[in-house]
Design a protein around this ligand. Structure first.
Ligand code: PEP
Length: 257
């Protein structure tokens, strides 16, 4: 496979600055010598600068967990793309299911955030995925395709090069339930076909498609071994240096194979 595996850690609302410093340092030490796998750490906004001090001269990239579409102004609690960049971020997660579920994120707001992030020079990890009810009603492909089209509306080919799509079935996030490699592969292949339709075949082949949902060292190899799974967005298992580094080492072995 010519796509490099990309492993991202979504720290969510975890880690004080001192804990963040410790975790980032441990991950850096434990992943020394990794050079075939791309690694992104997405700590909370408050810890971006702290983690940046640790990773700034390494190949590890830094990401935010959300971004607002306005440049500045009276938007209490929001963060702009320039602010993220000034704290050292080069990536941002957009449309995570927790944002959709608890904070009213819609396909439209995901699209606005994404366009702004890309315009500002950030790369993005755009999350899509169905709920358990939607899967049980056989709506998975409809939901995911609506989310992908909604998120990517209006993007140019050049902008699309800076987008990673993460398929994260909502029922597998933080639940310990993982999609089987076959279930994940099926949706990933469908997303890749959709990207070929919306953009072109070349773009669909280049697209990095991450899987997310209870990824851990025990299931990483099987998931990352699927043809259309090019990486993982890791929640719980990225909060411990040992498990995150182990997932990265597994990716590195696959990248080299
Ligand atoms: C996530 O938050 O993106 C995620 C996949 O979480 P977890 O790995 O804990 O399921």
């Amino acid at each position: 496979m010519d796509r490099k595996i990309v492993i991202a850690g979504n720290w969510k609302m975890n880690k004080s600055n001192s804990d963040a410093l410790q975790l980032a340092n441990q991950i850096k030490i434990k992943t020394t010598g990794i050079n075939h796998t791309a690694v992104i750490m997405c700590p909370p906004f408050t810890a971006l600068s702290v983690v940046n001090e640790v990773v700034k001269n390494t190949s590890i990239d830094l990401g935010g967990q959300n971004v607002f579409w306005e440049k500045e102004g009276a938007y209490t609690g929001e963060i702009s793309a320039e602010m993220l960049k000034s704290a050292g971020a080069s990536y941002v997660i957009i449309g995570h299911s927790e944002r959709r579920q608890y904070f009213g994120e819609t396909d439209e707001t995901v699209n606005k955030r994404l366009l702004t992030a890309l315009d500002s020079g950030l790369k993005a990890i755009v999350c899509v995925g169905e709920t358990l009810e939607q899967r049980e009603n056989n709506e998975t492909m409809n939901v995911v395709s609506r989310q992908v089209k909604g998120a990517l509306g209006g993007l140019t080919d050049a902008q699309m090069q800076d987008v990673i799509v993460a398929y994260e079935p909502v029922w597998a996030i933080g639940t310990g339930k993982t999609a089987t490699p076959e279930q994940a592969q099926e949706v990933h292949a469908a997303i890749r076909n959709l990207i070929a339709d919306i953009f072109n075949t070349e773009m669909s082949k280049k697209l990095v498609l991450q899987y997310g949902g209870s990824v851990k060292p025990e299931n990483a190899e099987e998931l990352l071994g699927q043809d259309d799974i090019d990486g993982a967005l890791v929640g719980g298992a990225c909060l411990k240096a040992d498990s995150f580094a182990e997932i990265i080492r597994i990716a590195e072995r696959l990248n080299r194979a």
